[in-house]
Write a protein that binds this ligand. Structure first.
Ligand code: SAM
Ligand code: SF4
Length: 451
């Protein structure tokens, strides 16, 4: 009988991808995914270390799981508890110290070795700690088969980061930039499409720094990779995330003009609208350089819409710096955005900077920024009312008879539609708009490729 595996995923899309791959590594040794940790034979927390609160959540969840594990073991069973992701990488020793009942702690670069780790954890009581940065890439050892649960799939093409923004833990938790060879990426994209994917999002911590070396020694950039993936029949939509503004090159801008499958939506984090703050953050772009890239992208693809990331209350951020961020948002306009209060991370240069900003100031700035960003999202969504948008219906809604999907611009669209249309692209007339989603009606003429 299959053993039950529960994986709880925190944080970014890369973690979602890693969790899928972890399940695929554990499938052949008898583990089947379960929605609940109750009675599971293995529970894995795939963690995020980006902000303090994200990391602390892991320790509270471990506290809850401790009881479930004890209960199972008092009945003669066994629950193997694993922690992976960036908390495991950054605080592996601390996890084993604060939660000694955890059986396996492994970093995001070592999960291809899980069968070995599980065998050790089952044999021995004590921890298995594997937080190496191995020389060989995990991608060479992962099973080729992919499970696709919906019509939209993630595909990791690049990992790690060499940018060392002064607030960020990623270069330490994910290691140096690494690009997968293009042949492996394209082969995985084909497998995903054969398994039912209609949309693929190419993932990387700095995805546009992609420079994969092909078997013939040539180096492919992200634009070339996108063009090749776009050749796959049956694939309708391509996205990529997360991009670093200073590495958007002309090839990529041209790809936005020429590759119809590349969706007109781009997540392009700027972090701040003040050059002084960007400089203190060690971002390699100025506000003007960001605006220049945006202007070129919009010239190439006039309907391109943007989202971004913002940090408020970075050490030394003055009222004037913050006002400059509001001005940037007004000038550029974003249809969606993620904004955060600066969170001090141990080991990063910004944690030691003078001028740390009080929480109350951060909270007030965040509220003002979010209010402005919300108006921009709502405006954009309201402009969709009356339009017909192609929507990739990829999950069932809250109410019976409802499906939810994504427009080309990543808006969530709720539609009354039969379940037979799940995982298809349908034309939808937008009837209502809110800040976070749209409502619509089937317009007929479905299964078309997107605008
Ligand atoms: N590579 C991307 C880039 O260049 O912006 C971002 C990846 S990071 C995992 C996602 C977002 O988390 C960042 O864009 C930033 O806004 C936010 N972030 C990272 N470190 C943070 C910190 N210490 N405090 C608050 N937000 C943080
Ligand atoms: Fe973090 Fe900066 Fe690298 Fe993005 S570019 S992952 S924010 S260090």
């Amino acid at each position: 009988m299959a053993k039950k595996l529960h994986i709880k995923t925190y944080g970014c899309q890369m973690n979602v991808y890693d969790s899928e791959r972890i399940a695929e590594v554990l499938g052949p040794i008898g583990f089947e995914l379960s929605d609940t940790p109750d009675d599971a034979d293995m529970v894995i927390l795939n963690t995020c270390h980006i902000r303090e609160r994200a990391a602390e959540k892991v320790f509270s969840e471990l506290g809850r799981l401790r009881g479930k594990k004890a209960e199972k073991e008092s009945g003669g069973g066994r629950m193997i508890l694993g922690v992976t992701g960036c908390v495991a990488q950054a605080q592996g020793e601390e996890v084993t110290r604060r939660a000694p009942y955890v059986d396996m702690v492994f970093g995001p670069q070592t999960y291809h070795r899980l069968p070995e780790m599980v065998a050790r954890a089952a044999r021995e009581h004590g921890h298995v700690l594997d937080i190496d940065f191995p020389e060989d890439s995990k991608f060479d050892s992962l099973p080729p088969a992919r499970n696709v649960s919906g019509a939209a799939a993630f595909l990791a093409v690049q990992e790690g980061c060499d940018k060392f923004c002064t607030y960020c833990v990623v270069p330490y938790t994910r290691g140096a930039e690494y690009s997968r060879p293009p042949e492996g990426v394209v082969a995985e994209a084909r497998i995903l499409v054969d398994a039912g994917a209609k949309e693929i999002t190419l993932l990387g911590q700095n995805v546009n720094a992609y420079h994969g070396e092909a078997a013939d020694g040539s180096e492919w950039n992200l634009a070339r990779l996108i063009r090749d993936v776009a050749e796959i029949d049956g694939l309708e939509r391509i996205r990529y995330t997360t991009s670093y503004p200073a590495e958007i090159n002309d090839d990529l801008i041209t790809a936005h003009a020429e590759v119809a499958k590349l969706m007109p939506y781009l997540h392009l984090p700027i972090q701040s609208g003040s050059d002084a703050v960007l400089n203190a953050m060690n971002r390699q772009h100025t506000v003007d350089a960001f605006k220049d890239v945006v202007q070129k992208l919009r010239a190439a693809r006039p309907d391109l819409s943007l989202s971004s990331d913002f940090i408020v209350g970075f050490p030394g951020e003055t009222d004037a710096d913050f006002e400059a961020t509001l001005k940037l948002v007004e000038d550029v306009t974003f249809i969606q955005a993620y904004s955060f209060k600066y969170s001090s991370r141990p080991g990063t240069p910004a944690a030691l900077m003078d001028g740390q900003i009080p929480e109350a100031v951060k909270a007030e700035r965040l509220a003002r920024l979010q209010a402005l960003l919300d108006t921009q999202s709502l405006d954009f969504n309201l402009r969709a009312v009356g339009q017909v948008l192609p929507v990739l219906l990829d999950r069932t809604g809250k109410h019976t008879g409802q499906l939810i999907g994504r427009s080309p611009y990543m808006q969530a669209v709720v539609v009354d539609a039969p379940e037979a249309l799940l995982h298809t692209i349908q034309n939808v007339t937008i009837t209502q708009a809110g800040p976070n989603s749209l409502m619509g009606e089937l317009a007929g003429g479905g299964q078309r490729a997107c605008a």
